[in-house]
Ligand binder design. Structure first.
Ligand code: NAG
Ligand code: NAG
Ligand code: NAG
Ligand code: NAG
Ligand code: NAG
Length: 162
């Protein structure tokens, strides 16, 4: 009798979990093309904003797609489900200028926002088996050569030369 009740209890919960999946925010539903050429910045930020507005959820980047995007914020309780590729834009305007974080240690007070930014966030998961490609070689060159656009004036040492 007890055993039967327990089984019922377990099945009931499995059933409930199937009925109410975690909130899902697929960036393609927010207009992302994922063709690696079109800017998906607005779509990606919109999906993450929607997740933020509901205090979290699963933000999905489908496999087989390349989502070209500028920087974005990841907030608490978000599962960044990267099944495809997130590719960092090389358009400098796609990166917000933000106040420097105290622990950076530079003497500048404004910097470009990092590509994937989590500030004051808890319970963030990055999963999915895909790729986050920040376009490093391009930005490295910029950082080394920081007196010229596109990195200037918010490159690494922009107002920091002493
Ligand atoms: C990310 O959040 C910071 C505040 O922590 C804000 O200044 C910045 O504009 C946000 N960036 C984007 C791309 O929304
Ligand atoms: C952490 O985030 C996940 C995914 O949004 C959520 O299901 C879970 O309840 C969160 N945990 C806490 C302790 O808030
Ligand atoms: C660069 O990004 C800005 C802001 O996201 C956008 O307005 C502009 O059209 C982009 N420029 C190019 C060449 O894509
Ligand atoms: C960090 O998050 C907490 C809780 O959401 C909030 O009360 C606090 O003001 C935030 N701090 C900063 C510096 O944004
Ligand atoms: C730095 O910028 C100058 C002028 O635009 C250019 O000639 C030089 O090749 C750049 N150096 C690097 C490492 O990108």
């Amino acid at each position: 009798m007890l055993m039967l009740d327990f089984k019922f209890f377990v099945l009931y919960f499995i059933f409930i979990f199937h009925l109410i999946p975690a909130q899902e925010y697929n960036v393609r539903s927010y207009g992302a093309k994922g063709d690696g050429v079109t800017s998906d910045t607005i779509a990606v930020r919109s999906a993450l904003a929607a997740a933020s507005n509901t205090n979290g959820g699963r933000v999905i980047f489908d496999s087989g797609y390349i989502f070209l995007t500028g920087c974005f914020n990841v907030t608490s309780n978000v599962i960044l489900d990267v099944r495809g590729t997130i590719l960092g834009s090389i358009n400098v305007s796609d990166y917000e200028v933000i106040s420097i974080l105290p622990w950076y240690g530079y003497h500048t007070d404004l910097v470009k926002q990092p590509f994937v930014y989590m500030y004051n966030a808890t319970n963030v998961t990055i999963t999915g088996g895909g790729t986050i490609d920040g376009n490093g070689p391009y930005w490295y060159r910029c950082m080394i050569n920081d007196t010229n656009p596109p990195c200037y004036p918010y490159g690494r040492y922009a107002t920091d030369k002493e």
